[in-house]
Design a protein around this ligand. Sequence first.
Ligand code: AMP
Length: 364
Amino acid sequence: MQPSGKPALPREKTIGILGGGQLGRMLAMAAGRMGFNTIILDPTENCPARQFANEQIVANYDNDTALKLLAKRCFVTTYEFENIPVSSTRFLESNCKIHPGSKALETSQDRLTEKQFLVSAGLNTAEFVPVLNRAELDAALQKTGLPAILKTRRLGYDGKGQIRLERENLDGMPEKIDDILQTDCILESMVDFECEISIIGARNMDGQTACFDPARNTHEDGILVQSVVPCGLADEITQQARIQTERLMQELDYIGVIGVEFFVLKTGDLLINEFAPRVHNSGHWTEAACLISQFEQHIRAITGQPLGLSCRHSNCLMQNLIGDSINDIAKYAAGKNTLVHDYGKQEIRAGRKMGHFTTISPRN
Ligand code: AMP
């Protein structure tokens, strides 16, 4: 018994999750259904994952005491977003277990190391050049041409930390360019893609791999709005995307679920935009259209179990409810073939992911 009188959670059944947003929430739901307990580490009290987790440690991700406590109370840990300090995952690697490991996290935290890693693994990306200042930007633009995208190397998400440079606006935005160049950046050539797809892959401790069908994704202002499955592309293209995802997992010696985003060129060739070493927004549909969701697949992988089936029983469309569109959730919930999630976030903000729904239809 603990001092409070509450029985302690058995360590061998308890998973620690760094990050308590909607992804942590859905991981906690899947883990709970499979008989595991979860402890969330997140600095925000009553974060979205708290409602479905057994406990929350309210502390920053680099708090030594909190990390020690998590390592003591959990048999394995994982994370739901990329901006966890690598020093924290290294600590958990040495004092407990953490999947995916620090290598995948560290590589994906910096757009430059991520792209260099992809290239070294024989995978294609948009052309990119590291840029530290205005002079380097001018030189880099000679290589990429215009239009191009200038992105911060770290901490960018949902289209934040990037600006599009076009011939017409280049001279008119020196301040914006100077602002973004306060931090290390990369310049990417603008890809004239046919569409964007993503693959949710999984790899377990025995090296078993599984990939869900690719989703065709639509973004607005850099934020994912919709994922549709099947993606409607030729089998050779989707097969290529699977092969590349598997190669990436192999190269990273990966354990867990990964989200890999691709640009599909008009020629059918693929470029990898980025990968996320975690469950991914464009994989939410798996919960409605597959027997085993990305969340269950991740819990299976990190707890040393065999992976489940990754095939789907239905076609589907997943749509994010962003900002005040969450107020329409009852309308979607009224659909007989629609699964809804409200993330329980206290405050509605423009551009904030508040929930999502997935509508299924018979498989073709
Ligand atoms: P990111 O933050 O890199 O995932 O970018 C968000 C979205 O911006 C992507 O999903 C694309 O729609 C678009 N984007 C990013 N990089 C490029 C690029 N090099 N060429 C064309 N579109 C891009």
